[in-house]
Design a binder for this molecule. Structure first.
Ligand SMILES: Cc1cc2nc3c(=O)[nH]c(=O)nc-3n(C[C@H](O)[C@H](O)[C@H](O)COP(=O)(O)OP(=O)(O)OC[C@H]3O[C@@H](n4cnc5c(N)ncnc54)[C@H](O)[C@@H]3O)c2cc1C
Length: 524
C-alpha cells in the first residue's frame, strides 16, 4: 500500500500539506505537528533536506550544499522550541582557524599572499593589526557596530511576520534608522574603517551568502561580520545531513509524516482557498484534500507550475525583475592523501574580484578566471573520508541560467586545479580518486530552481522584511510559503526560521479544532 494512504482523517485535526522537505518544510512541519495539526510532508526526491543533500561515495561523505553552520544559538532555539535538545541529536565544533584566504595580488614589498583567520577574536585583531596600523582596534569597533545591527535585526525583524508595512515601520525601526546604515553601502562602511585590500575583502566575502555584492548591499548587512567574527563558524558532527535528519526525527516525534519520492504536480483551488493537491507517487496520481498548504519548493516554480493562472500572486514575469542569489558550479572530489596546506574552509580570491562579481550580477557570463571556495570537512570530521584521505568540495559562484555544458565543467575544473596547485605548491591531480559535479542543470531538474539558482532570492534592501515575497499567497488565503525565497531570508538558519513564521501565521489565521495542544501556537 502506498504511504499516501496515511492521510489523516478528520479526527486528527486540520490537515496541512507541506510541499518539500528542505529546512523550511521540515521546520514548518515540526511546529505545526507540535501544535496539533495533522501534517504530511510530500518530497519529490528520495532524501530529506533538499539542497542540504549528502553524497556518499567509496567511503567519502560530502555535504553537497551548505557547509557553514552559522548562528548556532538559533539552531539550538529550534530544538528547544520543540521540547528537545540539539546536543541529544548531534554535536557541534567551532572551526579553528575560521578560514584561510589566498590572495594573488600582494602589495609591493608585502610577501604574504595567504591569510589565515583565527577563530579567536584577539587573534583576529592581531592579524588585522599586522596588515594595517590601528586595524586591530578598528576591527573591535567595526564588529561592535555590526553586533548592534545584528541584535536589532534579531529582536525587530527575523522572528516577525510582516503582514503590513506599518508593522515594519514601527517606532523602534524609525528610531534606529541612522545606525542601521540603510543608505550606506556595505563596501562604503568597510572603507570608513580599513584601507588594506585583504582586510576589505575578508570583511566583504559574507555578502556572497546574501546573493549580492558589497558595492550594492546596504551596510545594515555588516551584521554578517558579527556572525562571522562574533558568533563564529561551527561544524555539525556528521555534517548538514545529520542536521536535517535530526530535524526530521523531531518533526516525526510530534506526529508529522514524511513521504518521499512524492512529487506535488498541482494545487487545486476554489473560492480563494487551496482545497487539494495532486501528488505523483509510486507511479500513481493521487488527489489529496487539504485544509492548508505550506509550499517549501522554490516559490517561482510553485506559482508558475503548481497554481492555475488565476491563483498566482507572483507570476513568472514578476520574478524576472528580482535580484537572485547566484547559481554554482560545484565539484566533489575524493583525494587519496591528506592536504595539509589547506584549511577546513579556504577561499581563492587571487583573481579579479570585481570582474567575477560583474560576471555574476552585471553582464552575466561565465567568469574568465573565477574566484572559488573549497570545503574540506574531513579536516574536522574523520567520518567524511577513509583514513589518510581527504574529501573536497569546490564551489564557483556563477550567474543564473548560463549554458551549463560538460566541456565547461571540465574547463573550470582544470582552472581551479592549476590555481590550487600553484598557490599551495601541492601536486593535487595525482591524488584524485574520483570527481563528481553539480551545477545549473541539476538545480533545475532536482529542485525546480528558478534559472538554476543555488541560494534562492537575494537579500537586498528591497527584498527584505515587508519587501520580500510574502509567506502567504495574496490569492489563496490558506497557501503559505517557507524557505529561502520568503521571510526572513536566505541560508539554512533563515529557512529554518521561515518554517516557524509560516506555522505561526497558520496558527493565528487557521486555528484548528482538533485534539491538539492549542489553536494558536505562541512559540515566541
Ligand atoms: C552549494 C550550496 C552551498 C550553500 N552553503 C550554505 C552554507 O554554507 N550555510 C548556509 O546556511 N546555507 C547555505 N546554502 C543555502 C541553504 O542550503 C539554503 O538556503 C537552504 O537549504 C534552503 O532551504 P529551503 O527549505 O528553502 O529549500 P530546499 O532545500 O531547496 O527545499 C525545497 C524542497 O522542495 C522540494 N520540491 C521541489 N519541488 C517539489 C515538488 N513539486 N513536490 C515535492 N517537493 C518538491 C525539493 O526537492 C526540496 O527538497 C547553500 C546552498 C547551496 C546550494
Amino acid at each position: 500500500m502506498s504511504q499516501l494512504a496515511n492521510i489523516p482523517d478528520d479526527s486528527s485535526g486540520t490537515h496541512v500539506a507541506v510541499i518539500g522537505a528542505g529546512f523550511g518544510g521540515i521546520s514548518a512541519a515540526a511546529y505545526l505537528a507540535q501544535a496539533g495539526y495533522a501534517v504530511t510532508v510530500y518530497e519529490k526526491n528520495s532524501w530529506v533536506g533538499g539542497r542540504a543533500r549528502v553524497l556518499n561515495r567509496d567511503g567519502f561523505r560530502f555535504d553537497m550544499g551548505p557547509s557553514w553552520y552559522w548562528m548556532p544559538a538559533e539552531h539550538d532555539r529550534w530544538f528547544t522550541d520543540m521540547g528537545a535538545k540539539r546536543e541529544d541529536y548531534y554535536r557541534i565544533h567551532r572551526v579553528d582557524p575560521s578560514y584561510k584566504v589566498y590572495f594573488g595580488d600582494s602589495l609591493p614589498k608585502e610577501q604574504r599572499n595567504e591569510v589565515t583567520v583565527p577563530a579567536d577574536f584577539e587573534g583576529a585583531k592581531a592579524l588585522f593589526e599586522s596588515y594595517e596600523k590601528g586595524a586591530g582596534e578598528k576591527l573591535e569597533a567595526f564588529i561592535g557596530q555590526a553586533k548592534r545591527k545584528y541584535d536589532f535585526a534579531m529582536s525587530g525583524f527575523i522572528y516577525r511576520n510582516f503582514n503590513s508595512l506599518l508593522n515594519m515601520l514601527n517606532r523602534s525601526v524609525l528610531k534606529n534608522m541612522r545606525q542601521l546604515n540603510l543608505f550606506t553601502t556595505y563596501r562604503g562602511l568597510i572603507e570608513r574603517y580599513f584601507t588594506h585590500p585583504y582586510l576589505k575583502k575578508i570583511l566583504e566575502f559574507p555578502v556572497v551568502f546574501l546573493g549580492s555584492f558589497a558595492g550594492k548591499t546596504p551596510a545594515v548587512y555588516t551584521l554578517m561580520n558579527y556572525i562571522d567574527f562574533g558568533l563564529g563558524t561551527w561544524y555539525p558532527e556528521g555534517g548538514f545531513g545529520k542536521v536535517v535528519e535530526s530535524m526530521q526525527k523531531v518533526a516525526e516525534s510530534h506526529g508529522a509524516t514524511f513521504v518521499f519520492n512524492a512529487e506535488v504536480t498541482g494545487i487545486r483551488s476554489s473560492g480563494g482557498r487551496a482545497v487539494g493537491i495532486s501528488v505523483r507517487h509510486d507511479g500513481k496520481e493521487n488527489e489529496i484534500p487539504i485544509d492548508a498548504v505550506v509550499a517549501n519548493a522554490d516559490y517561482p516554480y510553485v506559482e508558475d507550475q503548481l497554481l492555475d493562472a488565476g491563483s498566482r500572486s507572483l507570476p513568472l514575469e514578476k520574478w524576472d525583475n528580482k535580484t537572485f542569489a547566484p547559481a554554482v558550479l560545484n565539484y566533489y572530489v575524493g583525494f587519496n592523501r591528506k592536504l595539509p596546506s589547506l584549511a577546513h574552509h579556504t577561499f581563492f580570491f587571487d583573481t579579479d574580484w570585481n570582474d567575477h562579481f560583474d560576471a555574476v550580477y552585471g553582464n552575466r557570463r561565465w567568469p574568465a578566471d573565477p574566484l572559488f571556495y573549497i570545503h574540506i570537512p574531513s579536516i574536522t570530521d574523520p567520518g567524511c573520508a577513509p583514513e589518510g584521505h581527504e574529501a573536497m568540495f569546490i564551489l564557483i559562484p556563477c550567474a543564473l541560467g548560463l549554458d551549463d555544458t560538460d566541456e565547461l565543467r571540465e574547463h573550470y575544473f582544470s582552472i581551479v586545479l592549476d590555481r590550487m596547485e600553484k598557490l599551495t605548491g601541492e601536486n593535487l591531480r595525482d591524488a584524485i580518486v574520483f570527481r563528481e559535479t553539480m551545477s545549473i542543470r541539476e538545480f533545475k531538474a532536482d529542485y525546480n530552481a528558478y534559472e538554476g539558482t543555488a541560494f534562492g532570492l537575494g537579500q537586498t534592501l528591497f527584498q527584505t522584511a515587508w519587501f520580500r515575497p510574502m509567506n502567504r499567497s495574496k490569492k489563496l488565503i490558506n497557501l503559505y510559503f517557507a524557505g529561502h525565497y520568503t521571510v526572513p531570508g536566505t541560508g539554512t538558519t533563515m529557512s529554518m526560521i521561515s518554517g516557524k513564521l509560516a506555522a505561526m501565521r497558520i496558527g493565528n489565521e487557521h486555528p484548528h479544532g482538533g485534539p491538539g495542544r492549542g489553536v494558536s501556537p505562541g512559540w515566541r
